[in-house]
Ligand binder design. Structure first.
Ligand code: NIG
Ligand code: FE
Length: 408
């Protein structure tokens, strides 16, 4: 079925917008009074609504009568929304002066979520993922990456990834799963960090492939998690089996971004501690630097140096990192808007970071811009000025969200 949707006050097309480097707002590729021609869920043409209505006069028109800005459906390329329980006590403890790494050292933190998630059934986890995915969807996020990493045994990692796969059939959002078995070494594994990762690579990776659960492997490189050295062999095994790589890098200490570049990772995420050397390395590479302002707001640490990475020529995406520990809020646009304020990012840089640059971090070429051939995933906001969206810091909600050309 073919239809013409519009007129939108503004369509943010990102036509010709660059994958890397700084952006000016002219590069939003705004089409005023725009129309979007959709056929079988794919964008066939984007342009001036009036002329398109004449050219395709026999085509059905889905009229938009209100002030409206159409963005590409937002993409949250880093979340941990598959979890059970809460870590409100960590938040209170941190605010009382005990650091995130200190809580982990004392045996809490991520391990606490592992305990609570292991106790939950696959069905409960699935319901939790659907609930959180639908909340993101209502705010215009049509593609969501979801990590495992609170299972940390073969059986519990599989439970999480199966829950994510089943949730993907229940929500209208597209879910992209990632295996984060290398989150921390579980307390009940007898052996070294290297032995744990070897065990997971040998026994879990083949099951991920045979069940088709994920094509992506993540690791947390940090004190209290894994060293660059042990992750290096783990990633070699992953690459040999053709998995894509992504890294929790440079959150409190540097090291992870170098591993990301060496292994040709799709993305290096966090980077709050990255210095000049890491920024230059990332900017010269093809690795997407993913800023996670939600973790900065949850922990009270520095923001990812997004401005410097962009100015050095890098590709910056922005994600919510929604998780029970460091980033419990899960509101992508609020966080992206706050990052813009602190890092002095243009509207184009921020919106690129939550659309096509985030798609690139997931290796997805079919979404993130409103151009011919892209999926007709749209977040439509009730305003006639694109700038209003970040200005309202996440309070302006889309009044229509389209997935594959259909309003949901
Ligand atoms: O991205 N830093 C490591 N992993 C998550 C936090 C996980 C947790 O604390 O539960 C993050 O911030
Ligand atoms: Fe994370």
């Amino acid at each position: 079925m073919r239809k013409l949707i519009g007129p939108f006050s503004e369509v943010v097309s990102f036509e010709e917008a660059p994958l890397k480097g700084p952006m000016k707002d002219e590069q939003l590729g705004i089409i005023a009074n725009g129309g979007i021609l959709v056929s079988e869920g794919i964008i066939e043409q984007v342009g001036d609504f009036e002329s398109m209505a004449k050219e395709f006069s026999s085509t059905d028109i889905e009229e938009v009568t209100e002030a409206s800005v159409a963005l590409p459906g937002l993409i949250d390329c880093h979340t941990h929304i598959c979890f059970a329980g809460t870590r409100s006590k960590d938040f209170a403890m941190r605010n009382a002066g005990i650091s995130y790494l200190e809580i982990a050292k004392q045996g809490g933190g991520i391990w606490d979520s592992v305990t609570q998630t292991r106790e939950a059934s696959e069905d409960i986890l699935k319901q939790n993922v659907v609930m959180r995915a639908d909340k993101l969807l209502s705010r215009g996020v049509t593609t969501i990456e979801v990590k495992s990493g609170y299972g940390l045994s073969i059986e519990d990692e599989l439970k999480m990834l199966r829950a994510i796969a089943k949730a993907g059939k229940k929500t209208k959002a597209d879910l992209v799963s990632t295996c984060l078995a290398a989150h921390i070494k579980p307390k009940d594994f007898i052996g070294t960090h290297a032995q744990y990762l070897e065990y997971m690579a040998k026994n879990l990776f083949p099951l991920l492939k045979s069940e088709g659960l994920t094509n992506r492997i993540d690791a947390f490189i940090e004190d209290e998690a894994f060293s660059s050295e042990v992750v290096d062999s783990y990633f070699k095994s992953a690459r040999m089996m053709d998995f894509d790589i992504t890294v929790h890098a440079d959150q409190f200490h540097v090291g992870g971004s170098k591993v990301a570049v060496e292994h040709g990772a799709l993305s290096a995420d966090h980077l709050e501690a990255s210095g000049e050397e890491e920024i230059a390395l990332l900017a010269q590479s093809e690795v997407v630097a993913v800023a996670l302002p939600g973790a900065t707001l949850g922990l009270g640490c520095d923001f990812t140096p997004a401005r410097k990475i962009l100015d050095a020529g890098g590709c910056v995406a922005i994600a919510s990192d929604w998780n029970p520990g460091s980033a419990p809020m899960g509101n992508l646009l609020t966080q992206a808007s706050i990052l813009a304020t602190f890092q002095k990012m243009s509207t184009a840089e921020v919106l690129a970071g939550v659309t096509y640059r985030a798609a690139h971090a997931l290796g997805l070429k079919d979404r993130g811009k409103l151009n011919k051939g892209q999926l007709a995933d749209l977040a439509v906001f009730p305003t006639n000025d694109t700038r209003e969206i970040l200005y309202q810091q996440g309070e302006l909600l889309p009044f229509k969200v389209y997935k594959g050309g259909i309003v949901i």
